[in-house]
Design a protein around this ligand. Structure first.
Ligand SMILES: CC(C)(COP(=O)(O)OP(=O)(O)OC[C@H]1O[C@@H](n2cnc3c(N)ncnc32)[C@H](O)[C@@H]1OP(=O)(O)O)[C@@H](O)C(=O)NCCC(=O)NCCS
Length: 184
């Protein structure tokens, strides 16, 4: 069974109220993360037709602050499906209705896994790609998965081979200082 991307496309719009702000008066990153997690769940559950969990987030950069009073809209769609996993692409926009401006604040990719009633990963429907955009997003997701796997393998290698004494030159110019006696 194949379901079109369109069938699970989801949007959420929420007003940024003062209680969402941090001490600097801008919206807490955690508020946006929570909204992203909610929409990832809604979109994946619609595609899967059942319960899903968040497995991984690739990645969230907060490049632009969001202000109190702005309307934040999240747009989500299934970009890729594996067997039980789905990659949900999420675009976040902040709208200032007074100024009539809309800013793209971030884009992120959540991996969600569908679970059966026993809590085990369960197969989800395939994805029907109905546009060139759908195909491009699916291919980009494959590239991201391949890159992440290579990154993880290399990082594991680096960590297992790390010799602290012979890598100390990497600290040159860094804003750290080793306390006297650490290597004695
Ligand atoms: C994610 C989870 C289901 C994986 O369980 P598992 O027994 O290792 O199952 P599998 O190895 O069969 O993996 C299931 C799928 O998850 C994917 N997956 C597992 N770890 C992953 C990771 N770190 N990143 C991306 N995908 C991952 C696998 O590739 C697989 O995808 P596929 O079915 O499309 O091939 C399990 O670790 C879990 O339930 N984690 C907790 C999730 C949760 O509670 N989230 C809420 C956050 S508080």
């Amino acid at each position: 069974m194949f379901k079109p991307v369109q069938a699970s496309r989801t949007t959420i719009t929420e007003l940024m109220i003062p209680s969402y702000a941090n001490f600097g008066g801008k919206i807490h990153g955690g508020i946006i993360l929570s909204l992203m997690d909610k929409i990832a769940y809604a979109c994946s559950a619609k595609h899967a037709g059942g319960y899903c969990v968040t497995v991984s987030v690739d990645r969230v950069d907060f490049l632009e602050p969001i202000e109190v009073g702005e309307l934040v809209s999240l747009l989500a769609s299934v970009n890729y499906v594996g067997n039980s996993s789905m990659v949900i692409g999420i675009r976040v926009e902040a709208e200032n209705v007074k100024q009539g401006t809309v800013r793209h604040t971030n884009t992120s990719y959540f991996t969600m896994v569908a679970k059966d009633d026993q809590g085990n990963p369960t197969q989800v429907p395939g994805l029907l790609l109905e546009s060139r955009e759908d195909v491009r997003r699916y291919l980009e997701a494959i590239k991201r998965i391949q890159l992440r796997n290579r990154f993880q393998t290399e990082l594991d290698d680096e960590k297992s081979q790390l010799n602290v004494e012979s890598e100390l030159h990497l600290l040159e110019g860094k804003r750290c200082r080793i306390k006297t006696g650490v290597f004695e």
